[in-house]
Each structure stands twice: as structure tokens, then as C-alpha cells.
Design a protein around this ligand. Structure first.
Ligand code: ZN
Length: 353
């Protein structure tokens, strides 16, 4: 006779391992792991996860406060999802598994997303003989105009790409625009303005120069200045690829937080400005490629695994770490730098926008 799940000791929706005579041999329920998980390759990787969790939690609460004040329930829910992202994780055969919130503003999820992009794009971009890094900018704007300006930046760029694509379809010898692009936005707290801009890595110098020339000639008069556009040769592809896919907003990214924390007396995190940036970016495609396709990867079937000999870890805000549910050992043993803690505790400005 089968023992029912409801009478099992740890009813958390897991399934239970039964032997043939129907008695439970493991106290711990089996669990289902989905996806590929992420490798626990080093202590540094674990500590990085601890640090991102800290930043993500602190910032989510600040952003949720602003969403509450603006009575935007969708954003509030979204920030709380991020607050809880990967609160429960499982380790199994050297990999970590958890549920991801998949939000753009989540530092845990965006670091995984960034790593995926790097792994997919690096092999292709490294074949380009002389790649160039390009920055295309437009006149800064206030928070109210931000979404419209972002849209027009993406649309303006798209028009340039389409023009050359059509030309190339008629004349195969004409220049093809090939590259990747990412929309980013910084906030200037002195002027209280936002500057949406594009970072690109393109195939060669000619593409870089054509893009800048087209950008200047097609944008509205007075909205772009030649001095504010930039091209340079890519010397360190990995560095520039990371630079390009910073994922939207500089203020939130971890290396910047770290950098700011180290500079004495500097640094505020402008939560309201961040909120405005995420809000403006909602629904926009901020990273994309143009003029080339990625090689087809064999679609990996990801079967969920049912496992028993896993360890389960639950995040404990008091310890700022995940604790093992059986023996209370901590997962990362991450200790935040006092400067980072100070920045997150005391230097988050929720007013300026
Ligand atoms: Zn997340």
C-alpha cells in the first residue's frame, strides 16, 4: 500500500521515495530539479552570488517603496518577486538549482543572462578581424520624456539598419551593417536628466563610421552632436562585450556599486531614477544583433531530474546567506565590505529624479 504524501514529514510539494513495500526510506522528500543549474566552480562564484543577493534585496525594497508610492501594483509585485529570487536553492552534484524571477532589474538573474549572452556571442565576434566599439548618444531628457526618447533611439537605429539591408539586397557588393547593440541609460543627478544611448560592437571600422554619420544626419536637428558620438577599436573583446551588455542601467550593476563604494564620500544610488529607467525600458528590446545570425545550437532537451541526495538551502536575511535546512551550514560565507553595506544602507536616494 502506498503511503500518501500528505502524511509525510516534510510536506513541501516534493514527491517521496518509496520502496516496494510502501514504506518511506528517506526522511527527506525527493525533489525535482529543472534547467541546467549553474556550476559551483569556486568559492569566489558562491561569494559573488551572496553579494548579488544582498544588492538585489536592498535595491528591490527601495524600488518597491517607490512603486507603492506611485500605486503601481505590477511593479511592486515584480520588485517583491526579485526580493525573493532564489530564496530557496538546491545543490546537487556540484551545481545549484533555483527558481529565477527573470526580471531585468534582478542582479542575480541578469548576471546569469549576461553570462549566457557572452557565451553565445563571444565565439562569433572573435571571428571578426577588426571589431569596433561604438557609442551613439542623443540629447539628455527629463524623466517624463524618457520612454519616448528611448523608443525613438531604437527606432532611429532600426531605420538605418533597414536602409542598408535593403540596399544590400539590391546590390550584394554594398556595405552590410553587422554588429550587436544595447540600449543603456544613465542618470545625471546634478542636471536631473537621463541620457539614453546605444553601445555597439560592429564588425569593422567602416561600419562604425557609417553608423555615426547616419546617426548624425538622420536624427532631429540639435539632438545629436558629433562630439558626443564615439568610435574606437576593440582591443579587449571580452571587456567590451561585457561593457555592451551591461543590461540597461549602470547604476544598478554590481561592479559600479563596488566602484562607487570605494570612492570616499561619493556615490548615491538614485532609486527613483532607476525606477524611471526600468519603467521606460519595459517592453523594449534592449539587446539585439543586426546583420548576422548566431550558429544554430543543438536544442538541448532539459529533462527535469528527480533527485534525493541533494542539499537544500534557504536564504536567511539575518545571516545574509543561505543556510542548509538540515545542518544550518552557510552556503557562501560571504561578508559584505563595510563600504558596500554603508552605500546600500545609507546612500540610497529615493527622491531625486
Ligand atoms: Zn531574479
Amino acid at each position: 500500500m502506498m503511503q500518501s504524501n500528505s502524511s509525510a514529514p516534510h510536506g513541501r510539494g516534493g514527491i517521496y521515495t518509496l520502496v516496494q513495500n510502501g514504506t518511506v526510506i528517506h526522511e527527506k522528500p525527493a525533489t525535482i530539479l529543472r534547467g541546467q543549474g549553474s556550476e559551483i566552480s569556486s568559492d569566489k562564484v558562491l561569494k559573488g552570488r551572496g553579494k548579488r543577493k544582498l544588492i538585489s534585496q536592498k535595491m528591490s525594497l527601495s524600488l518597491a517603496d517607490i512603486a507603492r508610492e506611485k500605486e503601481n501594483d505590477d511593479w511592486m509585485k515584480s520588485f517583491y518577486n526579485t526580493y525573493h529570487c532564489q530564496n530557496r536553492i538546491y545543490s546537487f552534484e556540484g551545481r545549484l538549482y533555483g527558481n529565477y524571477c527573470k526580471n531585468r532589474h534582478c542582479t542575480l538573474c541578469s548576471s546569469i543572462r549576461k553570462a549566457e549572452i557572452i557565451n553565445r556571442y563571444y565565439p562569433v565576434l572573435s571571428e571578426w578581424k577588426e571589431p569596433y566599439f561604438v557609442t551613439l548618444t542623443i540629447k539628455a531628457c527629463n524623466s517624463k520624456k524618457l520612454k519616448d526618447v528611448m523608443r525613438s533611439v531604437l527606432l532611429g537605429f532600426q531605420r538605418i539598419v533597414s536602409k542598408y539591408r535593403k540596399r544590400n539586397q539590391r546590390d550584394k557588393g554594398s556595405l552590410r551593417l553587422v554588429g550587436i547593440k544595447s540600449l543603456e541609460c544613465n542618470f545625471n543627478p546634478q542636471r536631473k536628466t537621463y541620457n539614453p544611448h546605444l553601445h555597439l560592437i560592429v564588425q569593422n571600422k567602416e561600419v562604425a563610421e557609417v553608423l555615426v554619420a547616419e546617426w548624425l544626419s538622420t536624427s532631429n536637428k540639435g539632438h545629436t552632436s558629433p562630439k558626443a558620438q564615439n568610435i574606437r577599436k576593440v582591443d579587449d573583446l571580452e571587456h567590451d562585450l561585457i561593457e555592451t551588455i551591461k543590461y540597461g542601467s549602470k547604476i544598478f550593476t554590481e561592479p559600479d556599486v563596488e566602484k562607487k563604494a570605494k570612492i570616499k564620500n561619493s556615490g548615491e544610488i538614485y532609486a527613483r531614477a532607476l525606477y524611471n529607467i526600468f519603467n521606460a525600458m519595459k517592453g523594449l528590446r534592449i539587446f539585439d544583433r543586426f546583420g548576422f545570425d548566431l550558429p544554430k545550437t543543438k536544442h538541448k532537451m532539459r529533462f527535469p531530474k528527480v533527485v534525493v541526495d541533494y542539499a537544500e538551502w534557504v536564504f536567511d536575511p539575518t545571516y545574509q546567506d543561505w543556510l542548509n535546512t538540515e545542518n544550518e551550514l552557510n552556503l557562501t560565507a560571504f561578508h559584505a565590505d563595510p563600504a558596500l553595506l554603508y552605500l546600500l544602507e545609507n546612500k540610497v536616494d529615493k527622491h531625486l529624479e
